[in-house]
Design a protein around this ligand. Structure first.
Ligand code: 5RP
Length: 233
């Protein structure tokens, strides 16, 4: 069994990669920042590091739209104004992490249960910059459990329908999304055709959305390598 110290050092190494891609993302978007610019900002530990980097430029751009309450709070903590999406038009860029990304830049997201707001904010952005350490780089999506956000009263119905599709849905106990909904995670569910699967699951009554970001995937991937480099794809 993995020791606590081994786990700590693995996590610290992964954190260093996340920090490196967060810094690279700041350089990627820096040319877009003007006093009029509002950007989209994601959720999770990698996005948090990006927010910390972005904080160094607070006051030089207009602000951000956040994909979660947690990110909004962190942005404000850095003195960055947070806007309601309804008051903002299109944004030049959305920066966020991923749980997995495939060679076609389709992703699984929602490990932090923010998938619906992430998908909405991403939809309003001209470019999606995905920041990830190399553990997220996969040939086929589905090793990471695919999250599905459901209206609470529909949870069991949706779970039964997902079983018919060959999935093994597990209710993420104790988690309520920022939208007041619940999450089913689909384990052992390899996804060969992400665009089709994203649409199929979303058609189930009671599903708010699922964590496949395939119809609108990433445009740029900044991938943190173990040797400390950041690969841009
Ligand atoms: C949250 C997300 C995150 O982007 C995803 O879970 C990756 O998180 P982390 O950067 O902590 O590995 O989709 O809903």
């Amino acid at each position: 069994m993995e020791t606590f110290m081994a786990f700590r050092s693995k996590t610290a190494a992964q954190d260093a990669l996340k920090r490196a891609v967060a810094k690279a993302a700041l350089e990627e978007i820096r040319p877009l920042l003007t006093p009029e610019t509002v950007i989209g900002v994601g959720t999770g530990s990698t996005a948090n590091m990006f927010i910390d980097e972005l904080g160094t430029l607070a006051g030089t751009f207009k602000g951000a739209v956040a994909s979660s309450e947690a990110s909004a709070e962190r942005l404000r903590g850095h003195g960055i104004d947070v806007f309601d999406l309804n008051s903002v038009g299109s944004m030049p860029v959305y920066v966020d992490g991923a749980d997995e990304i495939d060679p076609g830049f389709a992703m699984i997201k929602g490990g932090g249960a923010a998938l619906t707001r992430e998908k909405i904010v991403a939809a309003c952005a001209e470019r999606f910059v995905c920041i990830a350490d190399e553990s997220k780089d996969v040939a086929v999506l589905g090793q990471f459990p695919l999250p599905v956000e459901v209206i609470p009263m529909a949870r069991s119905y949706v779970a039964r329908e997902l079983v018919k599709m060959g999935a093994d849905p597990i209710y993420r106990q104790g988690v309520i999304t920022d939208n007041g909904n619940q999450i089913l995670d689909l384990y052992d569910f390899p996804i060969e055709h992400p665009v089709e699967m994203e649409s199929r699951i979303n058609q189930l009554v009671g599903v708010v959305t699922n964590g496949l970001f395939a119809a609108r995937g990433a445009d740029v991937l900044l991938l943190g390598r173990k040797d400390g480099s950041v690969e841009r794809r």
